[in-house]
Write a protein that binds this ligand. Sequence first.
Ligand code: UD1
Ligand code: CA
Length: 490
Amino acid sequence: MSAPRPAAVIVLAAGEGTRMRSRRPKVLHTIGGRSLVGHAIAAARGVQPDHLAVVVRHERALVAQHVTEVDAAAVIAEQDAVKGTGRAVECGLDALPAGLTGTVLVTYGDVPLLRSETLLGLMEVHTASGSAATVITASLDDPTGYGRVLRDADGAVVGIVEHKDATEQQRGITEVNSGLYAFDVTLLRDALAEVGTDNVQGEKYLTDVLGIARGRGLTVSAHLIADLWQTEGVNDKVQLARLGAELNRRTVEQAMRDGAIVIDPATTWIDADVTIGQDTIIHPHTQIHGASTIGADCTIGPDTTLTDVEVGDGASVVRTQALLAVVGAGASVGPFSYLRPGTELGAEGKIGGFVETKNARIAAGAKVPHLTYAGDVTIGEGANIGAGTIFANYDGVTKSPTVVGSHSFVGSNSVIVAPVTIGDGAYVAAGSAVTSDVGPGELAVTRAKQRNVAGWVARRRAGTATATAAEAALDGAARHTDGQEEGARS
Ligand code: UD1
Ligand code: CA
Protein backbone atom coordinates (compact mmCIF):
# COMPACT_ATOMS: atom_id res chain seq x y z
CA MET A 1 0.00 0.00 0.00
CA SER A 2 1.39 3.39 -0.87
CA ALA A 3 1.29 5.91 1.97
CA PRO A 4 -1.45 8.55 1.79
CA ARG A 5 -0.34 11.98 0.57
CA PRO A 6 -0.43 14.92 2.97
CA ALA A 7 -2.43 18.03 2.12
CA ALA A 8 0.58 20.16 3.03
CA VAL A 9 4.00 20.25 4.58
CA ILE A 10 4.89 23.33 6.62
CA VAL A 11 8.64 23.87 7.00
CA LEU A 12 9.59 26.16 9.90
CA ALA A 13 12.51 28.46 9.09
CA ALA A 14 11.78 31.68 10.93
CA GLY A 15 14.23 31.22 13.80
CA GLU A 16 17.21 33.52 14.20
CA GLY A 17 19.96 30.96 14.60
CA THR A 18 22.07 33.28 16.77
CA ARG A 19 24.40 30.45 17.79
CA MET A 20 25.62 30.13 14.21
CA ARG A 21 27.45 33.46 14.70
CA SER A 22 27.00 34.22 11.06
CA ARG A 23 25.76 37.04 8.90
CA ARG A 24 24.17 34.44 6.67
CA PRO A 25 20.76 33.11 7.81
CA LYS A 26 21.19 29.66 9.36
CA VAL A 27 19.01 27.77 6.89
CA LEU A 28 21.07 29.10 3.97
CA HIS A 29 24.24 27.41 5.20
CA THR A 30 25.02 24.35 3.13
CA ILE A 31 26.02 20.74 3.58
CA GLY A 32 26.32 18.25 0.75
CA GLY A 33 25.95 21.02 -1.81
CA ARG A 34 22.48 22.09 -0.69
CA SER A 35 21.25 24.63 1.82
CA LEU A 36 19.78 23.30 5.04
CA VAL A 37 16.34 24.50 3.96
CA GLY A 38 16.99 22.96 0.53
CA HIS A 39 17.39 19.56 2.25
CA ALA A 40 14.17 20.16 4.21
CA ILE A 41 12.31 21.03 1.01
CA ALA A 42 13.67 17.94 -0.79
CA ALA A 43 12.49 15.67 2.06
CA ALA A 44 9.08 17.37 2.05
CA ARG A 45 8.69 17.10 -1.74
CA GLY A 46 9.43 13.39 -1.51
CA VAL A 47 6.02 12.81 0.13
CA GLN A 48 4.26 14.68 -2.68
CA PRO A 49 2.20 17.12 -0.62
CA ASP A 50 -0.48 19.16 -2.38
CA HIS A 51 1.08 22.28 -0.86
CA LEU A 52 4.44 23.18 0.62
CA ALA A 53 4.86 26.27 2.78
CA VAL A 54 8.08 27.64 4.26
CA VAL A 55 7.68 29.97 7.24
CA VAL A 56 10.22 32.80 7.31
CA ARG A 57 10.88 35.84 9.47
CA HIS A 58 14.56 36.39 10.28
CA GLU A 59 16.26 37.74 7.09
CA ARG A 60 12.99 36.98 5.35
CA ALA A 61 13.92 38.51 1.98
CA LEU A 62 17.11 36.44 1.63
CA VAL A 63 15.49 33.22 2.79
CA ALA A 64 12.36 33.73 0.68
CA GLN A 65 14.40 34.41 -2.45
CA HIS A 66 16.48 31.29 -1.89
CA VAL A 67 13.42 29.12 -1.22
CA THR A 68 11.82 30.33 -4.46
CA GLU A 69 15.00 29.52 -6.37
CA VAL A 70 15.07 26.00 -4.92
CA ASP A 71 11.34 25.39 -5.32
CA ALA A 72 9.28 27.85 -7.37
CA ALA A 73 6.03 26.24 -6.19
CA ALA A 74 6.78 26.67 -2.48
CA VAL A 75 4.50 29.12 -0.64
CA ILE A 76 6.37 31.69 1.44
CA ALA A 77 4.63 32.35 4.76
CA GLU A 78 5.74 35.22 6.95
CA GLN A 79 5.71 34.92 10.70
CA ASP A 80 4.76 38.06 12.61
CA ALA A 81 6.20 39.37 15.87
CA VAL A 82 4.54 36.66 17.99
CA LYS A 83 7.20 34.09 18.86
CA GLY A 84 7.13 30.35 19.00
CA THR A 85 6.73 27.26 16.88
CA GLY A 86 2.95 27.36 17.36
CA ARG A 87 2.73 30.85 15.93
CA ALA A 88 5.03 29.82 13.07
CA VAL A 89 2.67 26.97 12.11
CA GLU A 90 -0.35 29.27 12.41
CA CYS A 91 1.28 31.68 9.97
CA GLY A 92 2.03 28.75 7.67
CA LEU A 93 -1.61 27.68 7.73
CA ASP A 94 -2.72 31.25 7.01
CA ALA A 95 -0.69 31.20 3.79
CA LEU A 96 -2.37 27.97 2.62
CA PRO A 97 -5.90 27.59 1.18
CA ALA A 98 -8.54 28.14 3.88
CA GLY A 99 -10.55 25.02 3.08
CA LEU A 100 -7.62 22.64 3.48
CA THR A 101 -8.55 19.21 4.89
CA GLY A 102 -6.55 16.10 5.68
CA THR A 103 -3.06 15.81 7.10
CA VAL A 104 -0.46 18.54 7.52
CA LEU A 105 3.15 17.65 8.26
CA VAL A 106 5.40 20.04 10.16
CA THR A 107 9.19 19.92 9.73
CA TYR A 108 12.16 22.19 10.50
CA GLY A 109 14.30 24.03 7.98
CA ASP A 110 17.44 23.29 10.02
CA VAL A 111 17.13 19.48 10.19
CA PRO A 112 18.92 18.42 7.00
CA LEU A 113 19.28 14.64 7.32
CA LEU A 114 15.56 13.91 7.55
CA ARG A 115 14.49 11.56 4.74
CA SER A 116 11.23 11.40 2.83
CA GLU A 117 10.93 7.74 3.82
CA THR A 118 10.71 8.81 7.47
CA LEU A 119 7.92 11.26 6.69
CA LEU A 120 6.11 8.52 4.77
CA GLY A 121 6.47 6.29 7.85
CA LEU A 122 5.01 9.10 9.96
CA MET A 123 2.07 9.40 7.55
CA GLU A 124 1.45 5.65 7.78
CA VAL A 125 1.50 5.56 11.59
CA HIS A 126 -0.66 8.68 11.79
CA THR A 127 -3.25 7.32 9.35
CA ALA A 128 -3.29 3.74 10.60
CA SER A 129 -3.75 4.83 14.25
CA GLY A 130 -6.50 7.30 13.35
CA SER A 131 -4.61 9.96 15.26
CA ALA A 132 -5.32 13.68 15.33
CA ALA A 133 -1.65 14.33 16.04
CA THR A 134 1.43 12.14 15.69
CA VAL A 135 4.91 13.21 16.71
CA ILE A 136 8.25 11.70 15.73
CA THR A 137 10.19 11.02 18.90
CA ALA A 138 13.67 9.83 19.74
CA SER A 139 15.23 8.32 22.79
CA LEU A 140 18.34 10.25 23.88
CA ASP A 141 21.00 9.50 26.48
CA ASP A 142 21.15 13.22 27.19
CA PRO A 143 17.73 14.78 26.56
CA THR A 144 18.73 18.20 27.96
CA GLY A 145 17.06 21.09 26.15
CA TYR A 146 14.46 19.05 24.31
CA GLY A 147 10.73 18.83 24.88
CA ARG A 148 9.88 15.62 26.78
CA VAL A 149 7.14 13.22 25.70
CA LEU A 150 4.59 12.64 28.46
CA ARG A 151 2.75 9.31 28.48
CA ASP A 152 0.00 7.98 30.75
CA ALA A 153 0.05 4.69 32.67
CA ASP A 154 -1.05 2.86 29.51
CA GLY A 155 1.81 4.37 27.53
CA ALA A 156 -0.46 6.64 25.50
CA VAL A 157 0.96 10.07 24.65
CA VAL A 158 -0.73 12.80 26.66
CA GLY A 159 1.43 15.79 25.81
CA ILE A 160 4.86 17.39 25.54
CA VAL A 161 6.55 19.57 28.13
CA GLU A 162 9.43 21.86 27.22
CA HIS A 163 12.70 21.34 29.09
CA LYS A 164 12.51 24.84 30.56
CA ASP A 165 8.97 24.25 31.82
CA ALA A 166 9.53 20.67 33.02
CA THR A 167 9.68 19.43 36.59
CA GLU A 168 12.76 17.55 37.81
CA GLN A 169 10.84 14.31 37.41
CA GLN A 170 9.78 15.16 33.85
CA ARG A 171 13.37 16.06 33.00
CA GLY A 172 14.23 12.44 33.77
CA ILE A 173 12.24 11.34 30.70
CA THR A 174 14.57 10.42 27.83
CA GLU A 175 11.99 10.26 25.04
CA VAL A 176 12.13 13.65 23.31
CA ASN A 177 10.12 15.60 20.78
CA SER A 178 11.94 15.78 17.43
CA GLY A 179 9.80 18.67 16.24
CA LEU A 180 8.45 16.65 13.30
CA TYR A 181 4.70 16.03 13.34
CA ALA A 182 1.60 14.98 11.45
CA PHE A 183 -1.64 16.78 12.34
CA ASP A 184 -5.22 16.68 11.24
CA VAL A 185 -5.45 20.18 9.83
CA THR A 186 -8.83 21.03 11.38
CA LEU A 187 -7.64 20.01 14.85
CA LEU A 188 -4.40 21.90 14.32
CA ARG A 189 -6.17 25.15 13.36
CA ASP A 190 -8.65 24.94 16.23
CA ALA A 191 -6.11 23.99 18.86
CA LEU A 192 -3.60 26.69 17.86
CA ALA A 193 -6.31 29.30 18.38
CA GLU A 194 -6.45 28.10 21.99
CA VAL A 195 -2.71 28.03 22.65
CA GLY A 196 -1.43 30.88 24.77
CA THR A 197 2.03 32.13 25.69
CA ASP A 198 1.86 31.37 29.40
CA ASN A 199 5.17 29.56 29.74
CA VAL A 200 8.76 30.23 30.79
CA GLN A 201 9.72 31.50 27.33
CA GLY A 202 6.53 33.51 26.70
CA GLU A 203 6.16 31.79 23.33
CA LYS A 204 3.28 30.17 21.52
CA TYR A 205 4.29 26.48 21.67
CA LEU A 206 3.25 24.11 18.91
CA THR A 207 3.76 21.31 21.42
CA ASP A 208 0.70 22.47 23.37
CA VAL A 209 -1.50 21.22 20.51
CA LEU A 210 -0.86 17.61 21.56
CA GLY A 211 -2.20 18.15 25.07
CA ILE A 212 -5.23 20.00 23.70
CA ALA A 213 -6.01 17.16 21.28
CA ARG A 214 -5.70 14.64 24.08
CA GLY A 215 -7.95 16.77 26.30
CA ARG A 216 -10.60 16.59 23.60
CA GLY A 217 -10.44 12.82 23.68
CA LEU A 218 -8.62 12.54 20.36
CA THR A 219 -5.86 10.02 19.73
CA VAL A 220 -2.28 11.31 19.93
CA SER A 221 0.57 9.02 18.85
CA ALA A 222 4.32 8.92 18.88
CA HIS A 223 6.49 7.44 16.13
CA LEU A 224 9.79 6.58 17.80
CA ILE A 225 12.66 6.43 15.37
CA ALA A 226 16.11 4.96 15.97
CA ASP A 227 18.12 6.99 13.46
CA LEU A 228 18.87 10.07 15.59
CA TRP A 229 20.72 11.83 12.78
CA GLN A 230 17.43 12.39 10.99
CA THR A 231 16.05 14.49 13.81
CA GLU A 232 19.21 16.43 14.67
CA GLY A 233 19.08 20.14 13.98
CA VAL A 234 21.93 22.51 13.21
CA ASN A 235 22.39 25.15 15.89
CA ASP A 236 26.06 26.08 15.44
CA LYS A 237 28.94 25.53 13.05
CA VAL A 238 30.21 22.51 14.96
CA GLN A 239 26.90 20.75 14.32
CA LEU A 240 26.99 21.96 10.72
CA ALA A 241 30.28 20.10 10.18
CA ARG A 242 29.12 17.05 12.15
CA LEU A 243 25.93 16.68 10.13
CA GLY A 244 27.81 17.51 6.92
CA ALA A 245 30.23 14.65 7.57
CA GLU A 246 27.43 12.21 8.36
CA LEU A 247 25.46 13.24 5.28
CA ASN A 248 28.59 12.69 3.20
CA ARG A 249 29.15 9.28 4.77
CA ARG A 250 25.62 8.34 3.76
CA THR A 251 25.93 9.77 0.24
CA VAL A 252 29.25 8.00 -0.39
CA GLU A 253 27.81 4.74 0.92
CA GLN A 254 24.80 5.11 -1.37
CA ALA A 255 27.10 5.78 -4.34
CA MET A 256 28.89 2.50 -3.60
CA ARG A 257 25.60 0.63 -3.26
CA ASP A 258 24.65 2.10 -6.64
CA GLY A 259 27.82 0.66 -8.18
CA ALA A 260 30.66 3.18 -7.80
CA ILE A 261 34.03 2.02 -6.43
CA VAL A 262 35.27 4.38 -3.73
CA ILE A 263 38.83 3.65 -2.67
CA ASP A 264 38.80 5.87 0.41
CA PRO A 265 35.34 6.91 1.65
CA ALA A 266 36.92 8.95 4.46
CA THR A 267 38.52 11.44 2.06
CA THR A 268 35.85 11.39 -0.63
CA TRP A 269 33.18 14.10 -0.61
CA ILE A 270 30.14 13.72 -2.81
CA ASP A 271 27.27 16.20 -2.84
CA ALA A 272 23.68 15.04 -2.50
CA ASP A 273 22.72 15.78 -6.12
CA VAL A 274 25.68 14.03 -7.79
CA THR A 275 25.17 10.87 -9.85
CA ILE A 276 27.94 8.34 -10.55
CA GLY A 277 27.79 5.41 -12.97
CA GLN A 278 28.68 1.80 -12.31
CA ASP A 279 32.29 0.72 -11.82
CA THR A 280 33.60 4.23 -11.88
CA ILE A 281 36.60 4.37 -9.54
CA ILE A 282 36.88 7.33 -7.19
CA HIS A 283 40.42 7.69 -5.86
CA PRO A 284 41.28 9.34 -2.51
CA HIS A 285 40.92 13.04 -1.78
CA THR A 286 38.29 13.67 -4.41
CA GLN A 287 35.34 16.07 -4.11
CA ILE A 288 32.43 15.93 -6.51
CA HIS A 289 30.13 18.88 -6.02
CA GLY A 290 26.91 20.43 -7.23
CA ALA A 291 24.96 18.84 -10.03
CA SER A 292 27.89 16.84 -11.38
CA THR A 293 27.11 13.68 -13.32
CA ILE A 294 29.82 11.07 -13.75
CA GLY A 295 29.39 8.24 -16.24
CA ALA A 296 30.23 4.56 -15.89
CA ASP A 297 33.72 3.04 -15.94
CA CYS A 298 35.46 6.36 -15.31
CA THR A 299 38.57 7.01 -13.25
CA ILE A 300 38.21 10.09 -11.05
CA GLY A 301 41.00 11.38 -8.80
CA PRO A 302 43.08 11.22 -6.76
CA ASP A 303 43.14 14.86 -5.60
CA THR A 304 40.36 16.07 -7.85
CA THR A 305 37.61 18.65 -7.33
CA LEU A 306 34.73 18.68 -9.80
CA THR A 307 31.88 21.17 -9.47
CA ASP A 308 28.91 21.00 -11.84
CA VAL A 309 30.91 18.85 -14.23
CA GLU A 310 29.61 16.25 -16.66
CA VAL A 311 31.95 13.32 -17.33
CA GLY A 312 31.16 10.75 -20.04
CA ASP A 313 31.57 7.00 -19.77
CA GLY A 314 35.09 5.66 -19.59
CA ALA A 315 36.75 9.05 -19.15
CA SER A 316 39.67 9.63 -16.81
CA VAL A 317 40.05 12.79 -14.74
CA VAL A 318 43.16 12.79 -12.56
CA ARG A 319 44.47 15.50 -10.16
CA THR A 320 42.16 18.07 -11.69
CA GLN A 321 40.15 21.11 -10.65
CA ALA A 322 37.11 21.67 -12.88
CA LEU A 323 34.04 23.89 -12.76
CA LEU A 324 31.10 23.90 -15.19
CA ALA A 325 32.91 21.70 -17.69
CA VAL A 326 32.01 18.75 -19.88
CA VAL A 327 34.41 15.84 -20.42
CA GLY A 328 33.45 13.49 -23.26
CA ALA A 329 33.34 9.72 -23.18
CA GLY A 330 36.75 8.10 -23.16
CA ALA A 331 38.50 11.47 -22.84
CA SER A 332 41.42 12.03 -20.52
CA VAL A 333 42.15 15.00 -18.28
CA GLY A 334 45.14 15.63 -16.02
CA PRO A 335 47.24 15.33 -14.07
CA PHE A 336 47.34 18.95 -12.86
CA SER A 337 44.69 20.38 -15.17
CA TYR A 338 42.44 23.36 -14.47
CA LEU A 339 39.16 23.35 -16.39
CA ARG A 340 37.23 26.58 -16.03
CA PRO A 341 33.62 27.29 -17.04
CA GLY A 342 32.70 26.58 -20.63
CA THR A 343 35.28 23.86 -21.19
CA GLU A 344 33.90 21.09 -23.40
CA LEU A 345 36.25 18.25 -24.24
CA GLY A 346 35.01 15.87 -26.92
CA ALA A 347 35.04 12.09 -26.85
CA GLU A 348 38.53 10.57 -26.68
CA GLY A 349 40.04 14.04 -26.42
CA LYS A 350 42.87 14.97 -24.10
CA ILE A 351 43.66 17.84 -21.77
CA GLY A 352 47.01 17.05 -20.21
CA GLY A 353 49.38 18.24 -17.51
CA PHE A 354 49.51 21.90 -16.50
CA VAL A 355 46.83 22.94 -18.97
CA GLU A 356 44.28 25.64 -18.12
CA THR A 357 41.16 25.93 -20.26
CA LYS A 358 38.29 28.40 -20.20
CA ASN A 359 35.39 28.62 -22.64
CA ALA A 360 37.21 26.07 -24.77
CA ARG A 361 35.43 23.67 -27.08
CA ILE A 362 37.89 20.91 -27.88
CA ALA A 363 36.44 18.47 -30.41
CA ALA A 364 36.54 14.71 -30.39
CA GLY A 365 40.02 13.24 -30.48
CA ALA A 366 41.73 16.64 -30.24
CA LYS A 367 44.67 16.91 -27.87
CA VAL A 368 46.01 19.70 -25.70
CA PRO A 369 48.56 17.59 -23.88
CA HIS A 370 51.06 19.85 -22.10
CA LEU A 371 51.55 23.26 -20.47
CA THR A 372 48.95 25.31 -22.32
CA TYR A 373 46.49 28.12 -21.68
CA ALA A 374 43.46 27.74 -23.94
CA GLY A 375 40.91 30.52 -23.41
CA ASP A 376 38.02 31.31 -25.79
CA VAL A 377 39.04 28.67 -28.32
CA THR A 378 37.36 26.22 -30.62
CA ILE A 379 39.68 23.36 -31.51
CA GLY A 380 38.66 21.02 -34.31
CA GLU A 381 38.51 17.27 -34.39
CA GLY A 382 41.84 15.50 -34.16
CA ALA A 383 43.86 18.71 -33.85
CA ASN A 384 47.06 18.65 -31.80
CA ILE A 385 48.22 21.60 -29.74
CA GLY A 386 51.94 21.48 -28.97
CA ALA A 387 53.51 21.84 -25.55
CA GLY A 388 53.58 25.36 -24.17
CA THR A 389 51.07 26.88 -26.59
CA ILE A 390 49.33 30.01 -25.31
CA PHE A 391 46.05 31.15 -26.80
CA ALA A 392 46.31 34.85 -25.97
CA ASN A 393 42.64 35.80 -25.80
CA TYR A 394 42.92 39.08 -23.92
CA ASP A 395 44.58 42.26 -25.15
CA GLY A 396 43.98 44.11 -21.92
CA VAL A 397 40.67 45.49 -23.11
CA THR A 398 38.66 42.84 -24.94
CA LYS A 399 38.60 39.08 -25.15
CA SER A 400 38.66 37.51 -28.61
CA PRO A 401 38.15 34.00 -29.93
CA THR A 402 40.49 31.62 -31.73
CA VAL A 403 39.53 28.79 -34.05
CA VAL A 404 41.84 25.89 -34.86
CA GLY A 405 40.58 23.68 -37.71
CA SER A 406 40.30 19.93 -37.68
CA HIS A 407 43.49 17.86 -37.77
CA SER A 408 45.63 20.98 -37.61
CA PHE A 409 48.89 21.05 -35.71
CA VAL A 410 50.14 23.91 -33.59
CA GLY A 411 53.87 23.60 -32.89
CA SER A 412 55.28 23.84 -29.39
CA ASN A 413 55.72 27.14 -27.60
CA SER A 414 53.56 29.12 -30.00
CA VAL A 415 51.45 32.06 -29.03
CA ILE A 416 48.22 32.49 -30.96
CA VAL A 417 47.07 36.09 -30.59
CA ALA A 418 43.27 36.24 -30.90
CA PRO A 419 41.24 36.85 -32.95
CA VAL A 420 42.76 34.28 -35.29
CA THR A 421 41.41 31.46 -37.41
CA ILE A 422 43.67 28.58 -38.28
CA GLY A 423 42.08 26.51 -41.06
CA ASP A 424 41.59 22.77 -41.33
CA GLY A 425 44.73 20.75 -41.91
CA ALA A 426 47.10 23.64 -41.24
CA TYR A 427 50.44 23.83 -39.41
CA VAL A 428 51.95 26.43 -37.15
CA ALA A 429 55.72 26.08 -36.80
CA ALA A 430 57.07 25.72 -33.25
CA GLY A 431 57.87 29.00 -31.53
CA SER A 432 55.65 31.13 -33.76
CA ALA A 433 53.65 34.16 -32.69
CA VAL A 434 50.56 33.96 -34.90
CA THR A 435 48.63 37.21 -35.34
CA SER A 436 46.78 36.62 -38.60
CA ASP A 437 44.71 33.83 -40.08
CA VAL A 438 46.31 30.65 -41.45
CA GLY A 439 44.55 29.00 -44.40
CA PRO A 440 43.81 25.30 -44.80
CA GLY A 441 46.91 23.33 -45.67
CA GLU A 442 49.26 26.26 -45.01
CA LEU A 443 52.28 26.35 -42.72
CA ALA A 444 52.67 29.54 -40.68
CA VAL A 445 56.21 30.36 -39.52
CA THR A 446 56.72 33.66 -37.78
CA ARG A 447 60.09 33.23 -36.09
CA ALA A 448 63.38 34.56 -37.54
CA LYS A 449 65.51 32.26 -39.63
CA GLN A 450 68.37 30.62 -37.68
CA ARG A 451 71.89 32.12 -38.16
CA ASN A 452 75.08 30.43 -36.76
CA VAL A 453 78.08 32.73 -36.09
CA ALA A 454 81.29 30.68 -36.39
CA GLY A 455 84.08 31.39 -33.88
CA TRP A 456 81.86 33.54 -31.64
CA VAL A 457 82.68 31.60 -28.45
CA ALA A 458 86.46 31.73 -29.07
CA ARG A 459 86.30 35.50 -29.64
CA ARG A 460 83.82 36.54 -26.98
CA ARG A 461 84.20 33.89 -24.26
CA ALA A 462 87.88 33.12 -24.40
CA GLY A 463 89.26 31.33 -21.35
CA THR A 464 85.90 29.88 -20.23
CA ALA A 465 85.10 26.20 -19.90
CA THR A 466 82.74 26.71 -22.79
CA ALA A 467 85.55 27.96 -25.00
CA THR A 468 87.76 25.01 -23.95
CA ALA A 469 84.97 22.56 -24.79
CA ALA A 470 84.44 24.22 -28.16
CA GLU A 471 88.17 24.15 -28.93
CA ALA A 472 88.43 20.45 -28.04
CA ALA A 473 85.44 19.62 -30.18
CA LEU A 474 86.75 21.64 -33.12
CA ASP A 475 90.26 20.12 -32.82
CA GLY A 476 88.80 16.63 -32.74
CA ALA A 477 86.72 17.33 -35.81
CA ALA A 478 89.76 18.80 -37.62
CA ARG A 479 91.96 15.77 -36.80
CA HIS A 480 89.21 13.49 -37.99
CA THR A 481 88.96 15.43 -41.28
CA ASP A 482 92.81 15.49 -41.70
CA GLY A 483 93.01 11.76 -41.12
CA GLN A 484 90.39 11.16 -43.72
CA GLU A 485 92.20 13.46 -46.16
CA GLU A 486 95.60 11.74 -45.52
CA GLY A 487 94.00 8.36 -46.02
CA ALA A 488 92.54 9.54 -49.26
CA ARG A 489 95.93 10.80 -50.51
CA SER A 490 97.92 7.60 -49.86
C1 UD1 B 1 11.42 22.78 19.74
C2 UD1 B 1 10.28 22.08 20.47
C3 UD1 B 1 10.86 21.01 21.37
C4 UD1 B 1 11.68 20.03 20.56
C5 UD1 B 1 12.74 20.75 19.75
C6 UD1 B 1 13.41 19.82 18.80
C7 UD1 B 1 8.52 23.73 20.76
C8 UD1 B 1 7.86 24.65 21.71
N1 UD1 B 1 9.56 23.05 21.23
O1 UD1 B 1 12.23 23.39 20.72
O2 UD1 B 1 9.84 20.32 22.04
O3 UD1 B 1 12.28 19.07 21.39
O4 UD1 B 1 12.14 21.80 18.97
O5 UD1 B 1 14.46 20.45 18.17
O6 UD1 B 1 8.08 23.59 19.64
N2 UD1 B 1 10.89 28.47 14.61
C9 UD1 B 1 10.13 29.35 13.87
N3 UD1 B 1 9.53 30.39 14.52
C10 UD1 B 1 9.65 30.59 15.83
C11 UD1 B 1 10.43 29.68 16.58
C12 UD1 B 1 11.01 28.64 15.96
O7 UD1 B 1 10.01 29.20 12.66
O8 UD1 B 1 9.08 31.56 16.33
C13 UD1 B 1 11.55 27.36 13.94
C14 UD1 B 1 13.07 27.45 14.03
O9 UD1 B 1 13.59 28.13 12.90
C15 UD1 B 1 13.49 25.99 14.05
C16 UD1 B 1 12.30 25.29 14.68
O10 UD1 B 1 11.21 26.16 14.57
O11 UD1 B 1 13.64 25.47 12.75
C17 UD1 B 1 12.55 24.94 16.14
O12 UD1 B 1 12.85 26.10 16.83
P1 UD1 B 1 13.77 26.07 18.11
O13 UD1 B 1 13.83 27.42 18.68
O14 UD1 B 1 15.04 25.39 17.77
O15 UD1 B 1 12.90 25.13 19.06
P2 UD1 B 1 13.35 24.55 20.43
O16 UD1 B 1 13.15 25.57 21.47
O17 UD1 B 1 14.66 23.91 20.29
CA1 CA C 1 16.51 23.72 18.14
